[in-house]
Design a protein around this ligand. Structure first.
Ligand code: PRP
Length: 207
């Protein structure tokens, strides 16, 4: 059973969950630059990768399962089963603008800066609204401040980044949290083993 975990923001909580679920993660806790770890006496191998790559590895079946944020799932899509909402890594996608600005007003197509163009287009599509998206790689909040965009669609966790930059949420787009995804073939071929891991993770969540 090979499981891909998302490095970075979700990493600490995912490792804590594995530990609570009864896995020996001491090698992972050692803080090395290693990327693949065999968990003792479990038949489980852990792969550490970037969020979007977790989906790629699970889709291609080189990893049976993955833990990844709903944000990446919504942006990248793909063929896999989304089996469990782990409930941590909670935040949301939101549309935000400079305080007092009306993104929906005016006759011009709104320009929205985002790291998530697919999520943004889907959100405005649902409203039957045209939108021009500009892809930004980080600190998206800069785009409306520099007058590049009318607004942003971005992740909001505490709201501090928006507040400290004079921006405000106009509308929530979608809730986000960490999810367990499973390869389509593995779900059939390794059903029992996957159900066992999921049951262990769920018991870890209760602790
Ligand atoms: C994310 C997001 C916001 C910030 C929101 O950025 O893009 O900028 O966190 O968090 P808050 O509501 O708690 O202030 P991240 O830290 O991942 O950095 P990045 O913008 O460079 O991608």
């Amino acid at each position: 059973m090979r499981i891909a975990l998302t490095k970075g923001r979700l990493e600490k909580k995912t490792l804590a969950l594995l530990k609570a679920a009864g896995y020996d993660i001491s090698e992972l806790e050692a803080g090395t630059r290693k990327l693949i770890f065999t968990l003792p006496d479990s038949g489980v191998e852990i792969v550490l990768s970037k969020a979007a790559d977790v989906i790629t590895y699970v889709e291609h079946g080189v990893c049976d399962m993955g833990v990844v944020g709903k944000d990446t799932i919504m942006e990248k899509g793909g063929s896999f089963y989304e089996m469990v909402d782990l409930g941590f890594g909670k935040c949301r996608f939101a549309l935000a603008t400079k305080k007092g600005k009306d993104v929906y007003g005016g006759y011009k197509t709104p320009v929205i800066a985002t790291k998530y163009p697919a999520v943004t287009k889907a959100f405005f599509n649902k409203k039957n609204m045209d939108v021009e998206t500009i892809k930004i790689e980080g600190s998206v909040e800069l785009a409306p401040l520099l007058e590049l965009a009318d607004g942003i669609v971005d992740i909001v966790e505490t709201g501090t980044t928006l507040k400290e930059n004079g921006l405000e949420v106009v509308e929530d787009v979608a809730p986000i949290s960490a999810r367990v995804i499973v390869n389509l073939a593995s779900a059939k071929m390794k059903k029992a083993a996957i159900q066992k891991v999921i049951a262990e993770l769920e018991s870890g969540l209760e602790k």
